[in-house]
Design a protein around this ligand. Sequence first.
Ligand code: BGP
Length: 471
Amino acid sequence: MFSKNFLWGAATAANQIEGAYLEGGKGLSTADYLPGKERIKYLFDPEQMIHTSFSFYPSHKAIDFYHHYKEDIRLLGQLGLKCYRMSIAWTRIFPTGEEELPNEEGLKFYDNVFDELIKYGIEPVVTLSHFEMPMYLVQKYNGWIDKRVIQLFEKYCRVVFNRYKDKVKYWLTFNEVNSVTKLPYHSGGTIITEKEKFDEVGYQILHNQAVASSLAVKACHEIIPDAQIGCMMQYSPIYPYSCHPEDVLSSLHLERDRETFSMELFVRGEYPYYTKRLFKELNVNLQVTQEELNLLKTYTVDFISISYYMSLAWARTDFVAETTDGNQMSGLKNPYLESSQWGWQIDPIGLRIALNKLYDTYRVPIFIVENGIGVKEKLENNTVIDDYRIKYLRAHIEQISEAINDGVEVMGYCMWGPIDLISNSTGEMSKRYGFVYVDVDDKGQGSFKRYKKKSFDWYRKVIKTNGEDLG
Ligand code: BGP
């Protein structure tokens, strides 16, 4: 049973929808340097990427939400969304990150977006940093590895909290914050040249972002006392491939090191008990002050938010089995699960498991802020009959309902990508997630017209009946 105030929603990110990458005084961001399909090659080695000039950059136009926001929010209004998760591009507010004063045109743009959402009774849920930051700060400081970026981020947070305090009551700090230890450029604007320092740099960025999150929590509560602010983690439960004790142990380690480690910092406000051993094994030595540790402990988040797309299987090091791709992590193929066209394993029960595990450990409310399926689709008769999407979302919503019946406090659910958008991992437009088809291809060509898919009316009904009618 979903509570009356359950936040039914949908989620996007600025660099995947807005376009207009140099309009309104916006500065260049890390995302503006990501190419289209070629990006996969560079995700783990961005140094060469930022010095290469590509023929096409998806974020520059994206789906042109910047000029279509009224039309798009009207569609979100028709869906009956209770909330809409979106992100603010830091570079629209502070183009280089270091200006004395914010860019009024950028502030005004988000004022317009929030006003439009509020007009339709949609609560904005705002991510402060979703895989982008001013490129200037990458060039000057090498991104989040430099602690001076913490203060610049705090300044940006204080500006947007003050400006939008009457309009936005739900905030998220860093999108999929645990990804920084795997993707330091993507999530932290840091280029690592000494490969042997990869783990050390990754965990230092995570620390710096945890400190910044504490400062954001402090500022948010001071400036908007009735707001709630959460952290955001990419969570794919890691299953042991077999009941061999070594498989169980290695999956426990993988899940902790790559995923839940970050939650200890943000939710409990301290380094987990296994840190010493982990850091010794990874040869990680961090620059941490007592003042920073005090901040972590004092200003913890109000709730956890997660993205959930899939689960992964894992085993002991010398075990050989078929592998599969996943959201920023690959793993072993689970013989009991089907996969999406991109190899992400479809596992609705995994969401119930994820919610129970997190609630069991942290006992704070959980907000699912991303879940969905990317599919190659063709527009026929001005629509797409996407029964597979309905099936995927229905199965996941059923499992959320089960988790709520288990006793887990779930605040809300945002499906990912209500209107087709640019894929984060592949830069493709053809990895479509939406209830609304957008006529743009992988090279940014098309009419940019929007068309409702079959799932549009289905989700509208789900929300209208507060999850009673999933048929
Ligand atoms: C998450 C990101 C999103 C989004 C989603 C789907 O990791 O937070 O930005 O894109 O995954 O992934 P993709 O776009 O790679 O299919």
